[in-house]
Design a protein around this ligand. Structure first.
Ligand code: X2X
Length: 339
């Protein structure tokens, strides 16, 4: 079988060079490197749209030597499952939140998710494509993973509920709200007086539907892709934190890939991340009208009293202590003084 394939490949090469054309080898043989990529959001989310485009671009750029197979929407299991598959090598690539699962192994990865830290995208991207991002990727690398340079955009997060709009911190009091499985997220909402429960994204729709929780928080692109408007009534524009996905690979898998292909891979993935950021920004700007038409009731939120409530609850002080003075200083270099 192998002989037949390589002979065919040889013949194809000969034919192509004889007519001086680009080698149309892409589908003539199986890929040398087949990599599975798991994501935790529905197919229609820009993360998956651009993941599929990246897979095409990679096939093209490597003449079919690399095949990236997307498993979107928690097909391989929830975040915790995919993370352990990544660590064992059963899953080669996983885009995951630094604040969510990654922080269960590497607590310092959560730092960009500190409540109300970033005020807008320009501040955020200059930090994550700059010194803060480099600092975090250094820690992720030390923890044993390969991480691509560009973080993918999930977005600024908004609180949705089935019960009431959130205008003041007092409106969060006692609210049963789903948060990702993460100490920082739980602490943020506890400090604001809510009753948070850590649940993997795979179970969010059903836990809202069955009223295990009354609220959740995510950016518009996810509220839309996961159809959370079907089980939620209010969307309060709290912008309480930003989150994104680092593209992580299993280190042993990466080490088997020759340097030229590694370089092509990184170039294609990072370019796709930049295109995904543009698409998410576009959606987050235009989706409000669309979601309102589907029945979600929106309200604006002044972040100042929320920030004050967090300061009073000792939230910033506690997390500065946990992350350490050095990392906190790098964060504040971008955000200004917190707390
Ligand atoms: O779990 C979530 O809410 C999600 C999809 O936004 C994350 O990946 C953190």
């Amino acid at each position: 079988m192998t002989t037949t394939l390589s002979r065919r490949r040889f013949a194809a090469l000969g034919a192509a060079s004889a007519i001086g054309a680009a080698v149309p080898l892409r589908h003539a043989h199986a890929a040398e490197f087949t990599l599975k990529w798991g994501t935790n959001v529905p197919e229609s989310h820009p993360l998956n749209i651009h993941a599929r485009k990246a897979a095409e671009a990679l096939k093209e750029a490597t003449g079919g030597r690399m095949d990236l197979q997307l498993f979107a929407n928690n097909q391989l299991g929830g975040d915790a499952d995919m993370f352990s598959q990544l660590r064992s090598g059963a899953l080669e690539c996983f885009t995951l939140s630094g604040v969510n699962v990654l922080s269960t192994l590497l607590p310092s990865a959560a730092i960009y998710g500190v409540g109300f830290a970033f005020k807008d995208y320009p501040t955020l991207w200059s930090a994550l494509d700059g010194r803060l991002g480099a600092h975090l990727r250094g820690q992720i690398t030390k923890a044993g993973f390969v991480v691509m340079d560009r973080i993918w955009d999930n977005g600024f997060r908004q609180v949705t509920t089935s019960t009431r709009p959130i205008v003041q911190p007092a409106d969060l009091k006692g609210l049963k709200i789903r948060v990702p499985v993460s100490a920082l997220w739980t602490s943020l909402f506890k400090s604001l007086g809510a009753a948070p429960t850590g649940i993997n994204f795979a179970e969010v729709y059903s836990s809202l539907q069955t009223k295990i929780v009354d609220g959740q928080e995510n950016p518009p692109a996810i509220i839309s892709a996961a159809k959370l408007y079907e089980v939620q009534k209010y969307c309060s524009l709290t912008n309480h934190m930003w989150d994104g996905w680092w593209f992580l690979m299993n280190r042993r898998v990466w080490a088997q890939i020759p340097p030229d292909l590694q370089e092509t891979f990184a170039r294609v993935i990072n370019a796709a991340a930049m295109a995904e950021r543009e698409e998410v920004a576009r959606q987050n700007a235009t989706l409000k009208a669309d979601l309102a038409a589907k029945g979600l009731i929106f309200n604006d939120v002044d972040p100042a009293p929320f920030r004050e409530a967090l300061t009073e609850a000792g939230f910033y002080k506690e997390w500065k202590g946990k992350f350490g003075a050095e990392s906190w200083a790098i964060l504040e270099e971008a955000t200004g003084t917190l707390g």
